[in-house]
Ligand binder design. Structure first.
Ligand SMILES: Nc1nc2c(ncn2[C@@H]2O[C@H](COP(=O)(O)OP(=O)(O)OP(=O)(O)O)[C@@H](O)[C@H]2O)c(=O)[nH]1
Ligand SMILES: [Mg+2]
Length: 414
């Protein structure tokens, strides 16, 4: 068994987490207390990837929820599925919203919270067989989401590879741009994979025309469910997180991925239409067009009875139609996984992951905004200086962001 431990940080991380674990419990046939009430042995077969079973037969998420501000964890504790979570996996602060990176990274509360998270992760590692990845869900714009995540990445999580699900700030952002620019270098240097989201992309990809924040969080959760489908259920073609990392990351720092979702039926044409969403700008969970840059790698994880031949031919055609967006050296563009079990209410679904050099734009937009703020009198930067962040720290972070963006461009045009 290759387990996954998931850490939800700050309001965004915790609120997305609530939707994710509600849906995971449902897919694996668990009630709100973690008792199995499902109908198929397949729901139990690999349940251990995400849930630890107690001696009494209850299944609890291999997860930690942490926020310096108590409201999001309190909301989770008050939710109908609170019985699912181990009380010691819910770590709430007593402070107000931190808002700045410095408070999330270096305040006494942040340091204590990082220790509590590491203790909780260590406990979960001891209860696991072979953890393949720690997933961190957070926003780069929040003080807690940016600062606390950076501290954890810097300290390391017992050597286990970290995959982050990172919500980038929308435009135009002030404090959020500072926070994101300080956090991005930690993602680049310490995460194995970063899945990039932003609110505009999540909203546009939500199923309802005027999505509220719950719909947006459900979309984010659906992407996470799609990503892990192959390791949770049996299927025709396995694509584990390890294989995905090997297939999608050409250089260690170039690991910022776009993602998209699709639903359909099992007809050959539908598989073709579904596959086209992989490169469609409107379908991306971050407002970023993958074809605006070069595509360094891509993967699709399909759920349901997908005919493999139709899938292969759809992907071959997709590559032929879009040849110009792939660099010459990329001979094998797409990795695929197929899991037999579709999500509830669907016959076929897919989650796509693309490593495009255009993803660098998400980082660059934040750095550009910080440079504008610096050029026009360093608005709000005193809040960072009060927390010990210097101008030198900020220009070092900007340089790191520039290096990442240049590396993406150089590799794409090589
Ligand atoms: N998708 C999504 N985004 C959210 C949610 N809550 C906040 N955000 C976004 O996250 C960013 C702010 O980060 P938060 O997660 O609220 O901040 P935090 O990590 O709690 O940090 P603090 O500043 O300390 O409160 C903004 O861009 C918000 O739009 C949520 O429930 N879902
Ligand atoms: Mg908060």
């Amino acid at each position: 068994m290759q387990e996954i431990i998931t850490i939800h940080i700050g309001q965004c991380g915790v609120c997305v987490g609530l939707k994710y674990w509600e849906s995971l419990a449902d897919e694996h046939g668990l009630d709100c207390q973690g008792r199995f009430v499902g109908s198929s042995p397949l729901q139990l077969e690999k349940i251990g990837v995400n849930f630890a079973e107690s001696q009494s037969g209850r299944h609890s998420p291999r997860a930690v929820f942490a926020d310096l501000d108590s409201t999001s964890v309190a909301a989770l504790s008050a939710s109908s599925c609170t019985g699912l979570f181990r009380p010691d996996s819910l770590i709430e602060g007593t402070g107000e919203a931190a808002s700045t990176y410095g408070r999330g990274y270096d305040s006494p509360g942040a340091k204590a919270m990082a220790e509590s998270i590491l203790t909780s992760v260590q406990r979960q590692l001891e209860l696991s067989d072979r953890v393949r990845a720690v997933h961190i869900v957070h926003s780069l714009g929040g003080g807690t989401g940016s600062g606390l995540t950076s501290r954890l990445l810097q300290q390391g999580l017992s050597g286990v590879p970290v995959h982050t699900f990172s919500l980038f700030p929308g435009q135009p952002a002030i404090i959020e741009a500072y926070n994101a620019t300080l956090c991005a270098p930690h993602l680049a240097s310490s995460a194995e994979i970063t899945y990039c989201w932003d609110l505009a992309g999540l909203r546009a990809a939500s199923e309802r025309p005027k999505p509220d924040i719950e719909d947006v969080n459900r979309t984010a959760a659906n992407m996470m469910l799609g990503l892990t489908a192959c390791v949770r259920f049996p299927g025709q073609l396995n694509l584990s997180p390890g294989k995905l990392a090997s297939a999608l990351v050409p250089l260690p720092r170039l690991h910022f991925l776009l993602s998209s979702l699709g639903w359909g039926s099992t007809h050959g044409n539908s598989v073709r239409e579904l596959s086209a969403r992989m490169l469609s700008p409107e379908a991306q969970l971050a407002a970023c067009d993958p074809s605006a840059g070069r595509i360094l790698s891509a993967a699709g994880i399909f759920r349901g009875r997908v005919p493999i031949q139709a899938l292969d031919s759809a992907l071959t055609d997709l590559r032929a139609r879009r040849e110009a967006v792939f660099p010459n050296w990329l001979t094998h563009a797409f990795s695929t996984g197929v899991c037999d079990i579709p999500p509830r209410g669907e016959t076929v679904s897919a989650a796509f992951f693309v490593n495009s050099s255009s993803t660098a734009n998400l980082v660059e937009q934040q750095a550009t905004q910080v440079r504008k703020l610096f050029a026009s009198g360093r608005a709000f930067f005193h809040l960072y200086q009060q927390e010990g962040i210097t101008e030198g720290d900020m220009s070092e972070a900007l340089d790191e962001c520039d290096r990442l963006c240049s590396l993406y461009r150089e590799t794409a045009t090589a």
